[in-house]
Ligand binder design. Structure first.
Ligand code: FAD
Length: 388
């Protein structure tokens, strides 16, 4: 693959990051290209198993040792590299991190000791259940309830668009406990995949197949010890977890865009048109220049946000929102140009750029749609200019 690796020497990254990418490249070539994607549930289980067996999932969430902390640059590099080869491998890795994130950031010692070794070894598949049919962007409007009943909580309601829905062993579920109206009345719970009160109400098929489901919670009893953090902390737990992982969505988009450029370079150099390679047409060169600039700009925003968090910034809301927004939108443009330069082959089912064209789309919607990221960025910019 024709790849520019010079970004690995940018000041945001360290020697350990370069070494990790080298090892991951070798691993991906051996273990990712040969997964049968026709059954996404089985493919996803297999990828989680392989990623866990070979130690990659350890980077998705810190363990129960308090000295361990998440390295967002490592998360981003792993997602970028996996996404370049397989959208499903990136999805499998990312969901182990997002699903385990609330436990690793806010869980009790007992919750961490029970779940993190399992999510980090691939023995348990994780899911993050926040969205509902009537509250996607409007998270504070969640209507799933959790009612205290002696030493248990009883959950009732619906969650939708849940990645790994139906195959997960661990669901972190956000529900209304009612301490206060809106965002302040939510709490987070651990629900085991085999809980009899949890069922799959609908499997959701999308343009890029991943395991996705709408889930029903009916009289779903969980132990009081399965509450994460305190009652009323649910919104903070969800947003803090997303703050860590949002940058890595930008990294996945960057991986898709790098693959699109690599495919385009191969095609433009090998395809003869009007007696010369396609790469000699200046309008094609114009596309290639735009693609290269956008990829560098994405990478700068993604690794700036990751580095800022790793360097100890208390909040990286603005940086992460910029990275996610810009990288996902620009990757869509880069991939669209790749499809154009491939001509008919660009829309042939199963061609790598056709697959990328479908894979990229949802990233502009989930974990905060692009429009929502703009609001977050504008509020931050306005508040830092307040009083001037
Ligand atoms: C592939 C995929 C995987 C997902 N995985 C998960 C998961 O694992 N767990 C989970 O909890 N959820 C998951 N989601 C859900 C996802 O987070 C929601 O789809 C997303 O938050 C948008 O919510 P919605 O679909 O209800 O759209 P809506 O909230 O109805 O928003 C629709 C559109 O309105 C616009 N909009 C929204 N708010 C504003 C605003 N304030 N100002 C201007 N415009 C606005 C945006 O363009 C947005 O796309 C997933 C979604 C997809 C597509």
């Amino acid at each position: 693959m024709m790849l520019d690796r010079s970004f690995l020497h940018w000041p945001f990254l360290e020697e350990r990051h370069r070494a990790l990418v080298e090892r991951l490249e070798t691993w991906v070539a051996q273990h990712c290209e040969h997964v049968d994607h026709r059954d996404v549930d089985a493919a996803c289980r297999e990828l989680v198993h392989r990623l866990g067996r070979d130690g990659w999932l350890k980077h998705s969430a810190p363990g129960d040792d308090p000295s361990e902390k998440i390295d967002v640059r490592t998360l981003a590099l792993i997602r970028e590299t996996l996404a370049r080869h397989s959208g499903l491998a990136d999805f499998a890795f990312a969901m182990q991190g997002l699903g385990a994130g609330p436990i690793s950031l806010f869980g009790t010692a007992a919750q961490k000791a029970h779940w993190l070794p399992k999510t980090r070894s691939g023995a348990a598949i994780a899911a993050f259940a926040l969205s509902e049919p009537a509250s996607g962007s409007d998270v504070a409007n969640i209507s799933t309830t959790a009612r205290r009943d002696r030493d248990a909580y009883v959950l009732d309601g619906e969650k939708t668009w849940i990645s790994n829905g139906g195959i997960a062993d661990l669901y972190v579920v956000f529900a209304r406990t009612g301490e206060a109206p809106g965002a302040k009345g939510l709490s987070a719970f651990i629900v085991r995949g085999d809980n009899p009160g949890l069922s799959v109400a609908e499997r959701i098929e999308t343009i890029a197949p991943h395991p996705l489901a709408r889930l029903a919670f009916k009289n779903c009893r969980v132990d009081a010890a399965d509450l994460i953090g305190a009652n009323g902390d649910g919104f903070k737990i969800a947003m803090t977890t997303l703050d860590v992982f949002r940058t890595s969505v930008g990294a996945a988009a960057l991986g898709f865009a790098r693959r699109a450029l690599a495919e385009t370079l191969r095609r433009a150099k090998s395809r003869e048109l009007f007696g010369a390679p396609l790469s000699e047409l200046q309008m094609v060169q114009g596309h290639i220049a735009d693609m290269a600039i956008e990829i560098d700009a994405m990478a700068l925003l993604v690794y700036r946000a990751a580095w800022a968090k790793d360097a100890g910034a208390p909040r990286v809301t603005r940086e992460a929102a910029m990275a996610k927004l810009y990288a996902t939108e620009a990757a869509q443009r880069v991939i669209d140009a790749a499809v154009q330069i491939h001509g008919g082959d660009g829309v042939r089912a199963g061609h790598p750029v056709e697959t990328l064209y479908r894979e990229i789309r949802a990233l502009r919607i989930y974990e905060g749609a692009s429009d929502v990221q703009k609001i977050v960025i504008a509020r931050s910019v306005l508040s830092s200019a307040a009083g001037r």
